[in-house]
Design a protein around this ligand. Structure first.
Ligand SMILES: [Zn+2]
Length: 371
């Protein structure tokens, strides 16, 4: 553009053109009264230079007035201010009172983080939880994961076994913490506003659990029907031993185990000695029980955990006597995706919330939600 303008100025200032211009004005003056049109037609030859001078004002207008397209491009270059981002709403089925409500996503997330993670955890862990919870809610609102038949049309429910827990601010203040604790959680949500986890551009299914017991689990070992997912792979998580959820010992009467099994499998055959009747058939790579035999019944480790309401499938058995079974479990929860205890442990070691999420979800990105 600059070169073009420079050329035009050069042409105007060119002595030949300047001379022509002088001749033109002089003749205009001397032939005043004859009519301009006649003067133009009769006296000025149609040389390229003259044609150029005639269309010069039009050219200058085209140059000086920018086309409307450029104006709109400039507008889109201006960054969108936070308050201009339209709030996202989410439809929540509250299992506690069986009410479906539409809520502001960011407001709803404060209640999720407050219910899902102790407020005493490090701020970066709370932020990682907020981003996971946001990704969970939005991915379900967009129909990417989950089953909606239990929601009566809502995007998510407040049952932690199905979706994510949630508590109101009043409930939180009554039972869990004070106003400053709530503000700490609200800050974790606000400081990660609109941030979500993606894998190859798509929102992930950000499963999480309380404590991994030392290693997280491949999703296909917990939900075989879902199959392998590249970002939900087992990772070593070594810093969770200090948490109360890390290890638990339970002694259960052999008769109680037998009764529970018989209720589900009336034809099950069992012996008197539990040491003969409990046999681990296979383990997953993370060390959790994959297949287990109880008497004549073989089942998945996850089914066994559910049957006895155990904290995890990371189990060791011992037999103090012939009538009881001691089960030592490591970790708490299904073990897939982010460990919340592990997130806190990593945050205390200096990891940012993004680094925590990258640690537990293999190969993901943390980015702003695209509307
Ligand atoms: Zn649900």
């Amino acid at each position: 553009m600059h070169v073009y303008l420079y050329n035009i100025i050069n042409l105007i200032m060119d002595s030949r053109n300047y001379g022509l211009y002088r001749r033109y004005t002089k003749k205009t003056f001397t032939n005043r009264g004859k009519g301009h049109f006649g003067l133009f037609r009769d006296r000025i030859p149609l040389t390229p230079e003259n044609i150029f001078l005639l269309i010069l004002p039009l050219l200058l207008m085209l140059i000086l007035i920018p086309p409307p397209k450029e104006v709109t491009e400039e507008k889109t270059d201006i960054p969108v201010k936070e308050e201009e981002i339209e709030p996202i709403s989410i439809v929540v089925f509250n299992n506690a009172d069986s009410v479906i409500d539409k809520a502001d996503l960011e407001e709803y997330l404060i209640g999720v983080v407050a219910a899902e993670m102790p407020h005493s955890y490090h701020q970066e862990a709370l932020k990682a939880q907020a981003v996971a919870a946001r990704t969970f809610a939005v991915s379900r609102a967009r129909g990417l994961y989950g089953i909606f038949t239990e929601h009566f049309g809502a995007d998510v429910c407040t049952d932690s076994n199905h979706c994510q827990s949630w508590i109101s601010k009043d409930e939180f203040l009554e039972s869990r913490g004070d106003e400053s604790d709530w503000e700490k959680i609200a800050g974790a949500v606000a400081n990660t506003r609109n941030m979500v986890i993606t894998y190859e551009g798509q929102l992930i299914n950000p499963l999480y659990h309380s404590n991994s017991g030392g290693a997280t689990e491949n999703i296909e070992n917990v939900w075989p029907k879902l199959g392998a997912v590249p970002y939900l792979k087992s990772v070593y998580s070594p810093y969770e031993t200090e948490y109360g959820e890390y290890i638990k010992s339970t002694v259960i009467k052999w008769d109680d185990i037998k009764n529970k099994l018989k209720n589900k499998y009336p034809k099950a055959e069992l012996k008197d000695d539990p040491a003969e009747d409990i046999e681990v058939l296979s383990y997953s790579a993370s060390g959790r029980i994959k297949r287990i035999r109880i008497g004549s019944i073989e089942m998945e480790g996850t089914e066994f955990r559910e049957l006895l309401k155990l904290p995890s499938t990371y189990l060791e058995f011992s037999f103090p006597d012939e009538k009881s079974v001691e089960i030592v479990s490591k970790g708490f929860g299904h073990g897939v995706g982010m460990s919340q205890c592990g997130a806190d442990a990593l945050a205390k070691k200096g990891y940012t919330y993004k680094e925590i999420l990258e640690f537990y979800y293999t190969g993901i990105s943390v980015e702003e939600l695209k509307h």
